[in-house]
Write a protein that binds this ligand. Structure first.
Ligand SMILES: N[C@@H](CCC(=O)N[C@@H](CS)C(=O)NCC(=O)O)C(=O)O
Length: 252
């Protein structure tokens, strides 16, 4: 039995949902309410000591980290395949995945929190924010401290947007041999970058590729046409459905 602990709006959860739907797997849906800190309860931390979603539980074994989960699903349920058959191709896909985790997946958190999620905390004073929000997080406390209740400063926002632009430029080059990042076949590389691009659209920043990267624009349209996409982005999966997105004004 497959069980997924996840949140609809979580970009990392979206990667895993897409993999599950692409593979037509049945899974038990455990929603974790991040706003209510359900990911920081002792019961959840016993499954995932990082205090983040998603977590997959397969026949009683907890598997953490979205890319690890995607690769685990690929190993245990190889058909339909979401990775190249040959070792060189798989290495190239994994190199994409590592780049995508290190660069855009980390970068997208900055505009996501700055333009939307930080608003959850704006009623707190600095001391309560540190005690009740930042310091209780196992691996994200410094990220939250850096953000504070007001959002990020200009340097952080500029750097993250630059990293997202760099990602799109790399995608544009790779997609010359498309339709997908790895060429003819849709793979985990496409799945891992998808939520960062979709989140930018959700934040009203789709001009970042629509004005500069035509192949990325076409790739995103192709992605949205896949049946698994609508299932992955069920109602409630976009930040703009639940909160007002603030313009990209930055502090300091
Ligand atoms: N490397 C982890 C990161 C997971 C992660 O950052 N999840 C976010 C949601 S996308 C989360 O749970 N954040 C909790 C928080 O901000 O307290 C993965 O890929 O699974």
């Amino acid at each position: 039995m497959l069980e997924l602990y996840h949140a609809l709006t979580s970009t990392c959860s979206q990667k895993v949902r897409m993999s599950l739907f692409e593979k037509n797997l049945d899974w038990v849906d455990h929603r974790v309410n991040l706003a209510a800190n359900e990911h920081l309860t002792p019961a959840y931390l016993a499954l995932n000591p990082n205090g983040v979603v998603p977590t997959l539980v397969h026949d009683g074994n907890a598997i953490v980290d979205s890319s690890v989960i995607c690769e685990y699903l690929e190993e245990v349920f190889p058909e339909p395949a979401l990775s190249p058959r040959d070792a060189v191709g798989r290495a190239a896909m994994r190199a994409w995945m590592r780049f995508l985790e290190e660069v855009p997946t980390a970068a997208i958190r900055v505009p996501s929190f700055h333009m939307a999620l930080a608003r959850r905390f704006e009623h707190l004073d600095a001391a309560r924010f540190r005690d009740q929000v930042a310091d209780i997080r196992p691996i994200r406390k410094h990220f939250y401290r850096r953000m504070g209740t007001e959002g990020f400063g200009k340097d952080d926002v500029d750097a993250s947007l630059d990293e997202l632009r760099q990602t799109m430029a790399r995608m544009e080059t790779a997609l010359a041999n498309g339709p997908w990042l790895m060429g003819q076949d849709f793979t985990l590389a496409d799945i891992v970058v998808m939520p960062s691009i979709d989140r930018l659209a959700d934040l009203g920043l789709s001009n970042m590729w629509e004005d500069h990267f035509p192949r990325v624009t076409d790739w995103y349209a192709r992605l949205r046409a896949r049946p698994s996409f609508a299932k992955t982005y069920a109602p409630g999966s976009r930040l703009s459905e639940g909160m007002t997105i603030r313009p990209l004004a930055v502090n300091g």
